[in-house]
Design a protein around this ligand. Structure first.
Ligand code: ZN
Length: 102
């Protein structure tokens, strides 16, 4: 569960509250004066650190997946080359070389 930072509108004290995403600011009770007039502050540090770390990790994973795919593609051409090799010999067969004027 995320930690939200609040500022009490009554005593103007700051406090943290661990609550669900659906919790509303007006339902949050101040632990100091128990007034329900707190306003949620965007705790920039926690969300930003989490965000950058996540995207960085996702990018790393994406690059790894790309490398893996490139590796698989690199292994494909030899297989196709093997299949193409027998076809290459057929046109050069001398018995089907057309008419000979002798
Ligand atoms: Zn308060």
């Amino acid at each position: 569960m995320p930690i939200y930072e609040y500022r009490c509108g009554q005593c103007e004290k700051h406090f943290d509250a661990t609550q669900s995403v659906h919790a509303r600011a007006e339902d949050t009770e101040c632990p100091h004066c128990h007034a329900q007039s707190a306003t949620r502050l965007l705790s920039a540090c926690t969300t930003q650190v989490k965000g950058t770390h996540k995207t960085g990790f996702a990018e790393m994973k994406a690059y790894n997946m790309l490398d893996e795919r490139m590796d698989k593609f690199a292994k494909l051409p030899p297989l196709m080359g093997k299949r193409a090799a027998p076809d290459m010999t057929e046109p050069s067969d001398p018995s089907t070389g057309g008419t000979t004027e002798n």
